[in-house]
Design a protein around this ligand. Structure first.
Ligand SMILES: NC(=O)c1ccc[n+]([C@@H]2O[C@H](COP(=O)([O-])OP(=O)(O)OC[C@H]3O[C@@H](n4cnc5c(N)ncnc54)[C@H](OP(=O)(O)O)[C@@H]3O)[C@@H](O)[C@H]2O)c1
Length: 330
């Protein structure tokens, strides 16, 4: 059986090396499931994977990009009892979701409960999971406490705002475009600041001097340093992205006199190391948040696979209103 897929045969600039092809699907094995992909986002890590700068490399060539997505079970192998055709599922991490159909092991799929729109389900595994883990796993935050983050309008940043708000935490959010200020405030942000602002005074005004013990950095360079400079003594800064493509600069004094903790987070490692119970508890929590409408990622535009060139160009322009999704069935 053939299926349409975006493929690349060598690492390089995504717009140059990734294009639509018809590829042959392998024979369905007894423990496998054939899934028709409904939606798959284009995340920054997908671009890095195509460029060859991401630690997860393709297991075979030609490679199909796409680190996450949601689809419908079309056919289940003879040994599969838990997933029947028609069921909405999350694809496994790095399965290659930018395609019309794919075949994956049944036990790598996560069944999605009712009440979650498939396009939202398609975006749950990576970004909201990252937000949730970073809020829970580094600092024992109590309701009413403040955290600070940069690139606060990113998918992770928006999930941080939404989850923090639902847990009674307060967020200081740094963005690089003024038009985002009111939008993020209405999404639950407590304070929104611009990259060029003097953070100290604005943060003092917002928090009344309360300590900020957690900073979340997905930009790097000077932006990360500005976050670190406002953290309380003994505070933690978690770096999980490098959108600005600039290295961290860590002044000696922030370590010696402020005892800051510089940590990193990679959700792929979390999934790899987590027990089955921990993974299932996290999906349970993410699904509950999505069902209640607490976690919701805005979508700027949905493209069919045929328009991959335009979709990739838009993702790389920046200044988006939300995620770019591929809809293979569109
Ligand atoms: N470590 C992990 O496990 C993990 C998991 C998920 C995501 N991430 C990382 O987290 C980051 C955000 O991912 P996402 O999917 O949430 O992003 P996204 O929704 O695609 O949004 C991208 C964000 O980056 C900002 N940005 C783009 N170029 C920038 C630059 N040169 N300088 C400063 N900001 C810039 C954008 O600002 P504008 O809107 O103003 O353009 C926007 O806020 C990425 O680096 C991603 O790889 C890491």
């Amino acid at each position: 059986m053939k299926t349409k897929a975006i493929v690349y045969r060598a690492h390089g600039a995504p717009s140059s090396v990734a294009h639509l092809e018809e590829i042959e699907l392998p024979q369905l094995q007894p423990n496998q499931v054939r899934v028709r992909v409904l939606f798959a986002p284009i995340n920054p890590a997908d671009l890095n994977a195509i460029e060859g700068t991401y630690p997860i490399r393709p297991s075979s060539w030609p490679a199909v990009p796409g680190g996450e997505g949601a689809g419908i079970v079309e056919e289940a192998g003879s040994e599969v009892t838990a997933l029947e055709p028609g069921k909405l599922v999350l694809l496994p991490r790095a399965a290659g979701s930018w395609c019309e159909q794919t075949i994956v092991p049944a036990d790598s799929l996560v069944a999605v409960p009712r009440g979650i729109p498939p396009e939202q389900a398609a975006m749950l595994r990576v970004n909201p999971a990252t937000a949730l883990r970073m809020l829970l796993d580094f600092v024992d935050l109590q309701p009413g406490e403040w955290i600070i983050q940069n690139a606060a309008n990113s998918a992770v940043g928006r999930a941080v705002i939404q989850i923090a708000h639902a847990r009674g935490l307060k967020t200081l959010n740094v963005v690089r475009r003024p038009e985002l200020i009111n939008e993020l405030k209405s999404a639950g942000a407590d304070a929104v600041l611009l990259e060029g602002d003097t953070l100290d005074e604005n943060i003092q005004a917002a928090t009344g001097g309360a300590p900020v013990r957690l900073g979340l950095n997905s930009v790097g360079g000077e932006s990360a340093l500005r976050l670190a400079n406002v953290l309380a003594e003994g505070g933690t800064i978690v770096t999980f992205g490098a959108m600005g493509r600039q290295p961290l600069r860590i002044p000696n004094g922030l370590l010696i006199f402020n005892d800051l903790r510089w940590r990193g987070f990679w959700v792929s490692r979390w999934y790899e190391k987590a027990s089955a119970d921990a993974r299932s508890a996290m999906f349970g929590e993410l699904f509950a948040l999505a069902q209640r409408g607490v976690v919701r990622s805005p979508v700027e535009k949905i493209y069919p696979l045929e328009e991959i060139g335009a979709a990739l160009a838009r993702v790389q322009e920046g200044g988006r209103a939300g995620k770019i999704l591929l809809s293979p069935g569109k």
